[in-house]
Design a binder for this molecule. Structure first.
Ligand SMILES: Cc1ncc(COP(=O)(O)O)c(C=O)c1O
Length: 412
């Protein structure tokens, strides 16, 4: 059966809310509308019960204690709280001075990590931005090589949102615990897709988000380790002292209930969901690489998430490629910044050239992706690339066996 168009292959951007999540949330809009901080009546107690169940569901998904879960508005806020909160708490010099401490991150992190780190840099902290190899992975060895006696925080994502590659978080966690340095990981794309155990993997702070795992938008969590070591954070939002003083503001009870349910469903279905998505993604990558020459799958071949495929096609122009696959909702290797189209900084950090970065697609699969949709996507991409190449003089030269990179172009 032909799939309904357009097909959705942008699950790394956001996911559809699972109907079971919506069902769990509905009563909290209407009859259970209380404020979870109202201690004196049934409405408040009901709301609090919903929040505490969600805290248990979130903790169970990552091997944590419910007391270690702080609810936020999503990963951007969790990252800000973790990074700025830890830096300020463990700073080695007062605000306004230099030499406040050293932080390690990587150049291809999400902006929700890079921008807080850059702000801290302006505020007197030293920041090392590690560069990945061509496979996109940050290893424990790279982190060890950057450590200094004044290092206070390492923030490395568990898996990358554009290329899906998985960093060496368990090894980095052990290293950080040995050196008594705090490890934060942005696990937005990882949690819910892969088994997670913060205790075993020595993670101290971990961010994740509802809308990347079939939950609602505008709600997320930060795991904050309570023992061995007890991690403390300086709050970035001051107010009524909710969430153990770390995140003031009336709790988004409805969203939190949905977030908890989404965590529970991910835990329940993770194994079979992972196997199914790996099979579909492999089919996508194998068929596209087999049927289209000069194709490159970006990032490490195996150490990658089940649902993210990032692939570049030589001899096609990026914007025309996106136009050619308009029945597929997906992301491109170009980021729109103000008026210009910049090639993705993540792909550039792997050494992918500007041309190939522009002509890359991120196709990300999810709970409702079917094999028919993958087959349709393969046909659409093959057709679009073949069509665009009929108009490419460079592709003609390539077919004649001429090495394009060696051509000396002349300006007239
Ligand atoms: C790795 C990563 N970190 C952070 C974010 C931001 O998450 P949120 O939309 O929950 O603020 C995203 C989402 O784009 C992401 O993929």
């Amino acid at each position: 059966m032909a799939p309904k168009l357009p097909i959705y292959l942008d699950n790394a951007a956001t996911t559809r809310c699972d109907p079971r999540v919506v069902e769990a949330m509905l009563p909290y809009f209407s009859e259970k509308f209380g404020n979870a901080a109202s201690r004196n009546h049934k409405f408040g107690w009901e709301a609090e019960d919903g929040v505490e169940l969600a805290r248990e569901q979130a903790a169970a998904l990552i091997g944590a204690n419910p007391k270690e879960i702080i609810f936020t508005s999503g990963s951007t806020e969790s990252n800000n709280l973790a990074i700025k909160g830890a830096a300020e708490m463990y700073a080695k010099a007062p605000a306004g001075q230099t030499g406040r401490g050293h932080i390690i991150t990587a150049v291809h992190e999400h902006k929700a990590v890079l921008d807080p780190c850059k702000r801290l840099q302006r505020e007197g902290f030293d920041v090392t931005f590690l560069e990945p190899g061509a496979d996109g992975i940050i290893t424990a060895e790279m982190v060890a090589g950057a450590m200094r006696p004044d290092t206070i925080l390492v923030t490395i994502m568990w898996a990358n949102n554009e290329i899906g590659t998985i960093n060496e978080i368990p090894q980095i966690g052990r290293l950080c615990h040995e050196r008594e340095v705090i490890l934060h990981t942005d696990a937005t794309q990882w949690v819910g897709k892969m088994p997670t155990d913060v205790e075993r993997d020595c993670v101290d702070l971990m961010s994740w988000s509802g809308h990347k795992m079939y939950g609602p938008k505008g709600v997320g969590a930060l795991f904050v380790r309570r023992r061995k070591p007890r991690v403390r954070l300086e709050a970035i939002i001051d107010g009524g002292g909710h969430e153990r003083g770390m995140r003031s503001g009336t709790l988004n009870v409805t969203g939190i209930v949905g977030f908890g349910k989404a965590c529970e469903l991910c835990k329940e279905h993770m194994e079979q969901e992972r196997d199914r998505l790996v099979k579909l993604r492999r089919k996508l990558e194998t068929e596209l690489s087999r049927r289209i020459e000069v194709t490159q799958v970006n990032g490490h071949a195996d150490k990658r998430l089940p649902h993210i495929c990032n692939i570049s096609f030589g001899f096609v122009e990026g914007e025309s490629l996106m136009m050619g696959v308009k029945d597929i909702a997906c992301s491109s290797g170009s980021a729109c910044t103000s008026a210009s189209l910049e090639p993705s900084y993540v792909l550039k950090s792997l050494g992918v050239g500007d041309e190939l970065a522009h002509s890359s697609l991120r196709l990300s699969l999810g709970r409702w992706t079917t094999e028919e949709e993958i087959d349709f996507a393969i046909e659409q991409v093959v057709k679009a690339v073949e069509h665009l190449r009929t108009m490419s003089p460079l592709y003609d030269l390539h077919k004649e066996g001429i090495d394009i990179s060696k051509i000396q172009w002349q300006a007239h």
